[in-house]
Design a protein around this ligand. Structure first.
Ligand SMILES: C[S@@+](CC[C@H](N)C(=O)[O-])C[C@H]1O[C@@H](n2cnc3c(N)ncnc32)[C@H](O)[C@@H]1O
Length: 618
């Protein structure tokens, strides 16, 4: 076949596709490839958290699928394939890997996460080459690669989403959609290989085959026998030994061989006695968790000591110079600086034979206290307020109560009055924390929806106004009233931005449970509801419902829990130190809204800290 000389090189070879996907079968059949289909028994259960990048997960899954088939065929089918092709397609958005939805709710969760956003589709491909060595021994080598295609979804209304879900199409598709059929209607653009989104990156595959079968001089098998592929050979031989030892194929296929760190590692071989060898990657994960508090505390200490504020220049400062400025011992300062280098927050630079330290780009942007997107205020809040509470976590769990008294020696009746606003210093600390996090998250929340129909907004519990300013930046026609407790409003002038249109944001003191609420077309509740019980949330929503006319909007910004309440960790960990409130999923919030006659709910999952939900008064 002139069009495809590479494919024709496979003539006469036993080529096997280790996938039951009709789409992959169609793509490969269309180009004239002759192959058998042997669906893999490998269960797609690799721990995604072990992989730094989504494509690493897809490549590893593809590889395990192909290897499982390559090893099964000589025993179960009594023939050895020449080539086994494995593939796995995943959708990645906001740092999350989306596979096939397990049910309609799951499809809804996935598709609403993709709505209005660009996401990546990764297909990992593994080509396993099998060579019979002696009568009983087969050597396997693996060529693996991945392809990324960017896809942008249009804004999807709730009606559209559900209509698509009820069509049944999402259920067996990565990310919950099939671009080649009805799902194509959801897509605004595709950048990259379209067939990769369908499930198989044909062009990249042909290129790789070309490299394998058209390599000059030595044979392709030789070219694969690089240092790393030798390790792959060893790996597979060890797996073969497992079979000889009488292990079942299932136990082998569940064993991951490639780690998140990309290095080839020996698999978790099960010893005959049933004991497990340790797996380096899951061990790393546990050790990382054990050390997590040391990393957090190093960041907190450096922020408290204003280390990042000192290290903004390209030349940096030596450990002695930093120690002098923060009035500390040189040796311990050096230890802290080195630890920060290891965490990727500082860089070491050599300057005239002197080792100096300076901020990484990340530290420059988020850790310098005067930077536009500084998290300094929030970090200080974590150190001074959250950290002491977490040191009593076991008591919090046993007693089911806030540990405020244990941590700070005082009873906590009202979170805001007793903890945050009890002194001017604490109040400013809390406001600084809210300000910094609102500046980082505000833009995504403010631009999550088309708000052009609203002219006036009220940001309830709007604190320093940081979120309100983001709304006015994103929607120049909007004016926002920041409504918060008198103790907060009296300090809000500390946080006015230098360049602001004072007419667009105004401040009003009051208690949203007791006082009259200002009239507005749109009410914003950003990081408010998680602080309160369902009873208090119902009380507040009922007050809002009473003053809203039909068509009024209500925008809630929170971290939404997954519907299974299994993530994101950030929300679940935050809940551990909460006294009365609770974290909720988008559906739980929607149901609360519905109860108070707010419907037409739209949800936007954001990749930073805050998701958003918009609903309209009936
Ligand atoms: C967690 S902060 C969120 C601040 C801001 N919305 C943001 O996203 O950065 C909660 C805010 O609600 C305010 N708040 C708490 N109880 C209130 C009440 N009863 N009436 C008005 N504001 C209240 C607090 O003062 C605080 O500013």
């Amino acid at each position: 076949m002139v069009l495809n000389p590479v494919i024709s090189k496979l003539t006469g070879k036993l080529v096997v596709l280790a996938s039951a996907s009709p789409r992959r079968l169609e793509i490969l059949t269309n180009v004239g490839l002759k192959f058998e289909v042997v669906p893999s028994w490998f269960k797609e259960t690799l721990d995604k958290t072990l992989f730094k990048k989504p494509y690493e997960y897809a490549v590893e899954t593809a590889k395990q699928k192909a290897l499982e088939v390559a090893k099964r065929m000589p025993y179960k089918h009594l023939k050895t394939p020449d080539i086994v092709i494995g593939a796995d397609t995943v959708v990645a958005v906001d740092g999350l890997i989306l596979e096939k939805p397990v049910d309609k709710q799951d499809a809804y969760r996935m598709l609403s996460r993709l709505s209005g956003k660009e996401h990546s589709v990764f297909t990992g491909v593994a080509i396993v080459l099998c060579q019979e060595q002696e009568a009983t021994e087969i050597e396997y080598s693996v060529v693996e690669f991945y392809e990324e295609t960017k896809v942008k979804f249009a804004d999807l209304s709730e009606e559209m989403l559900w209509e698509y879900i009820h069509s049944g199409e999402p259920m067996d598709k990565a990310g919950g959609y099939g671009i080649q059929a009805l799902g194509g209607m959801l897509v605004e653009y595709v950048h990259g290989d379209f067939l990769n989104v369908v499930g198989f990156p044909l062009n990249h595959f042909c290129k790789r085959l070309g490299e394998l079968y058209n390599t000059p001089s030595e044979t392709s098998a030789q070219s694969i026998k690089s240092e790393s592929s030798k390790e792959q050979w060893t790996l597979v031989n060890e797996l073969s030994k497992c079979v000889e030892n009488g292990e079942t194929e299932d136990s082998i296929s569940a064993v991951p061989a490639l780690t998140s760190r990309g290095a080839l590692q020996k698999p978790n071989l099960v010893e005959p006695q049933g004991r497990l060898h340790h797996s380096p990657d899951s061990l790393h994960r546990i050790i990382d968790l054990m050390d997590g508090f040391k990393a957090s505390k190093s960041l907190f200490a450096a922020s408290k000591l204003k280390v990042f504020d000192l290290l903004t220049s390209a030349e940096g400062l030596s450990a002695e110079e930093v120690a002098g400025k923060i009035v500390a011992a040189v040796e311990s300062t050096e230890r802290l600086l080195d630890a920060l280098v290891s965490l990727g927050l500082l860089k070491k630079v050599k300057h005239k034979d002197i080792i100096a330290y300076r901020n990484t780009e990340q530290a420059q942007r988020y850790l310098v206290s005067s930077s536009e997107l500084s998290l300094h205020g929030y970090i200080i809040h974590c150190n001074d307020h959250v950290w002491p509470l977490f040191t009593h976590l076991e008591h919090a769990v046993q007693e089911g109560a806030s540990q405020y008294e244990r941590a700070f020696g005082k009873r906590l009746d009202d979170l805001f009055q007793d903890a945050y606003y009890e002194s001017k210093e604490r109040k400013l600390r809390f406001m600084n924390a809210m300000h910094s996090i609102a500046k980082v998250t505000g833009r995504d929340v403010a631009s999550a929806f088309d708000l052009s129909r609203f002219k006036t907004a009220c940001d309830l519990g709007g604190c320093t106004g940081a979120m309100a300013y983001e709304f006015t930046k994103a929607h120049p026609g909007l004016t926002v009233t920041v409504f918060d407790l008198p103790a907060v409003i009296e300090m809000s002038s500390h946080f006015y931005p230098e360049q602001q249109d004072s007419n667009q944001v105004t401040f009003l003191a009051g208690d949203f449970f007791k006082d009259d609420l200002p009239k507005a077309d749109l009410y914003i509740l950003a990081r408010i509801l998680h602080d309160w019980s369902d009873e208090k949330v119902n009380e507040l929503l009922s007050r809002l419902s009473a003053i809203c006319s039909p068509g009024c909007g209500l925008l809630v910004a929170e971290i939404f829990l997954d519907e299974e309440r299994s993530g994101p960790s950030r929300a679940l960990l935050q809940a551990l130190s909460m006294s009365v409130g609770k974290q909720r999923s988008a559906t739980e919030y929607s149901l609360l809204m519905k109860k108070h006659h707010f419907s037409q709910t739209r949800i936007k999952h954001n990749s930073n800290f805050l998701d958003a939900l918009l609903c309209i008064k009936e």
